[in-house]
Design a protein around this ligand. Sequence first.
Ligand code: GLV
Ligand code: MN
Ligand code: MN
Ligand code: MN
Length: 439
Amino acid sequence: MTAGRTAGESGSLGTGFEELWKALAPIGRDDRTGGYHRYSWTPAHRECERWFRDEAERRDLTVEADGNGNLVAWWRPDPARVTGGVVTGSHLDSVPDGGGYDGPLGVVSAFAALDAIRSAGAAESAGGTAGGTAGGAAGGAAGGAEATRPLGIAVFAEEEGARFGVPCLGSRLLTGALEPDRARGLRDTAGVPLTDAMERAGVPVDLGPAPDLLHAPSAFVELHVEQGRALADLGAPVGLARDIWPHGRWRFEFGGRADHAGTAAMSDRHDPMLTYAMTALAANKRARLTQARTTFGRVQVEPNATNAVPSLVRAWLDARAADEPSLDALVEEIRRQAGDRAQRDGTRLEVHPESWTPRVEFDVRLRDRLAARLGSPPVLSTQAGHDAGILAAARIPAAMLFVRNPTGVSHAPEEYAEPADCLAGVDALTAVLTDLLAG
Ligand code: GLV
Ligand code: MN
Ligand code: MN
Ligand code: MN
């Protein structure tokens, strides 16, 4: 059982990576489950951001923020040269009881890669042989390549959408993919508006496109734990992303009539829970038939009493498929079956789209360049959403590196990466950043 293990606890890591990881690992961790609760702009998430700012400061990086809650720590932010820099990074928020690697692995690896690039540069200018602190590939790749571009380490806000319902909220606002007015209307489950949550956390608020934050980068590279078993099955520690499946979220509202759980005859009921249950089964069956993915992972019931027939069930469908027509057809079919069932149950159905992300193919030239640098690792499609995908859709050349996850599990405490694979990830990131920084 790997639940709740952290890389720092389970073996030897490069010192830089290990120290970074150990400092971050306890924040927002539930010791009972081993899972993380780092919802955007809550104290745990703020502590993660403080960790980020402290690490940036220790390295003399300049931290810039936009009005959407996104942060970038720049190395060598010479204003004359900052346009066309290289940006890496990921996110520090989590889903409820999420894994420790989804997001943080990309940020910790970014600092470790920067340290390796700097020490390789220092060794070279001292006339020694280039040898990165993170290991072989770093030193090898750094050899002879002189970094000329600035490097930014980004932390994007509310990537999981766990608090406000829209995934990749920060990168969508930054690139203009989400209307600021729509974001202003978002509330968390306690009814707190997004802008209030940000203000209460002391975050500057000015929602909307913020192209200056990334300074028109020449490339963005996000390192991420793999959220499936492909690399484990292939026996490879590191892979590259080809594309992201289109995916979206829909809120299904099933309205019925509240009644007494004992005295209301079964035949007299208008029970929306029944309609919801049949819809969940239909969605599962449809996804299996079409090799797609459907999940109802969040449900609210009113009045939520053991001895009352519900009056309302609100359930969120997360649906993903390999291409957009398949996803449209899948959701349409689930909606049709839910509607038919609502008629039989004497209940009402409303479906509200909440987010939609088209298929994204990562930049082919950039991917080929990374593949050449890394000795052609496996190239994978992914079903998970990422800020790198939002940036790619905004025509920023973007790429992703995946690090093997032996459990294949993600968004849960079992999410894991072996220490040696974390280091292989740092080495790979160091190698590609070294190459990209050189021109
Ligand atoms: C976010 O990680 C998602 O793909 O849901
Ligand atoms: Mn992630
Ligand atoms: Mn995630
Ligand atoms: Mn994600």
